[in-house]
Design a protein around this ligand. Structure first.
Ligand code: HEM
Length: 134
């Protein structure tokens, strides 16, 4: 079925390109029970089945997000760096590029708060450097 497709150069098997498995969202959505639970967080797919009873926040919240994109709720909780590190062990692949939706802020810079804050702070420091502008 899935061929590894030696695209690219004259490929003698060198190069260390890691092969990434891509999953369609529709496949992820099927893994939505306590028997098998996958989540998408920031475009990555995680099989967190073994983690279900270990989650310090309880299994309920994970089951609510089962098979879906949990990026927002994951961030809302303000998970620690340790929690983010734990994610790595459950990583199984990426969301298929055709199913990726842009994360907020990446499209329209005027709607991007970080960008606005940066512009404001640049203006403020320019005022400090050139007080005659004020
Ligand atoms: C699979 C990915 C996840 C991992 C590895 C993870 C890991 C953790 C860890 C280690 C904690 C302890 C506190 C900390 O270190 O931040 C925690 C707490 C918590 N998590 Fe998650 N979590 C995940 C997904 C989620 C999701 C999707 C939700 C959705 C709502 C959630 C909700 C919570 C809540 C409510 C707490 C409890 C906070 C508290 O009582 O202080 N977690 N999680």
């Amino acid at each position: 079925m899935a061929s590894t497709g030696a695209s690219g150069s004259d490929g003698k098997g060198q190069g260390v390109a890691k092969s990434v498995t891509y999953y369609r969202l529709e496949e992820v959505a099927k893994r939505n029970s306590s028997k098998e639970i996958w989540l998408v967080i920031h475009g990555r797919v995680y099989d967190i089945t073994p983690f279900l009873n270990e989650h310090p926040g309880g299994e309920e919240v994970l089951l609510e997000q089962a098979g879906a994109d949990a990026s927002e709720s994951f961030e809302d909780v303000g998970h620690s760096i340790d929690a983010r590190e734990m994610l790595k062990q459950y990583y199984i692949g990426d969301v298929h590029p055709n199913d990726l939706k842009p994360e907020s802020g990446s499209k329209d810079p005027s709607k991007n708060d970080t960008c606005k804050r940066f512009m404001l702070s640049t203006e403020l420091s320019a005022m400090n450097l050139f007080p005659e502008l004020q």
